[in-house]
Design a protein. Structure first.
Length: 239
């Protein structure tokens, strides 16, 4: 049955199994495969981010074949990578081209890239001293929020009857550089947007409650939700 799944879904399943068994080689291979698959579907920013993770893990493990394949997805070769000094290899693996920047939340949410989850082909809005909003699409949000994003996407996919890969494609992390406010937007079916306004202290209790939150129910779907630490619940404020 799994043979009929899209490559990205197969890679995601392989990634979960590798982590469950602690097989880091298979984890690196699955990250490489998932990055390549997402690049092939146009989800370039996510594909590049995951490929960079694959390169870093494969380098640690001495898995040169996986490292070469992941670098190939990024448009590099292992020979080129090894010619770089340690500092520049670190720069390459850190990336920074996975996110999009906008002058405001409204501008970000009205942009075509927000709807599609795909970055512009050019640089678009350039960083200046003015206040900007940085947007990370899908799996790139892991860079800022950690493994929570993958667990959240898996649970969301179960509720929506779709794969974790598809569910991750619904996520937008918008980080305002003024005040540090972070919004996790979920684009639910019917073109509705549910927003979790992440607290500064996004602790385990808030993360677990977010994972267990059913955003398909009335009163939650399409709402803006704030974390209430006193009650341990996400509270809608615009319903």
């Amino acid at each position: 049955m799994t043979a009929h799944l899209p490559p990205a879904d197969l890679a995601t399943d392989a990634l979960a199994r590798a982590r469950e068994t602690g097989d880091r080689r298979k984890e690196a291979q699955a990250l490489c495969d998932l990055g390549t698959a997402l690049m092939g579907t146009g989800r370039t920013s996510e594909g590049r981010y995951l490929s960079r993770r694959a390169v870093g893990l494969a380098e640690q493990l001495g898995e040169r074949q996986i490292e070469e394949a992941a670098l190939g997805t990024l448009g590099h070769s292992l020979a080129q990578f090894e010619e770089l000094g340690e500092r520049w290899r670190a720069v390459l693996l850190e990336g920074g081209d996975e996110t999009e920047h906008f002058p405001s939340l409204a501008a970000a949410r009205s942009d075509e890239s927000y709807r599609t989850g795909r970055r512009h082909s050019d640089d678009g809005f350039r960083l200046t001293e003015s206040v900007v909003v940085e947007v990370a699409f899908g799996f790139v949000a892991v860079k800022f929020l950690g493994p929570f994003v993958e667990t959240f996407a898996t649970k969301l996919g179960e509720r929506l009857g779709e794969s974790a890969v598809a569910a991750a494609g619904r996520l937008r992390l918008l980080w305002s550089h003024r005040g540090g406010r972070r919004n996790l937007d979920v684009l639910t079916p019917g073109a509705q947007r549910t927003t979790l306004v992440l607290p500064e202290d996004f602790d385990d209790a808030a993360r677990l409650a977010a994972i267990e939150l059913d955003i398909s129910v009335d009163g939650v779907r399409g709402a803006e939700l704030h974390w209430d630490a006193a009650t341990g619940t996400w509270v809608p404020v615009n319903t």
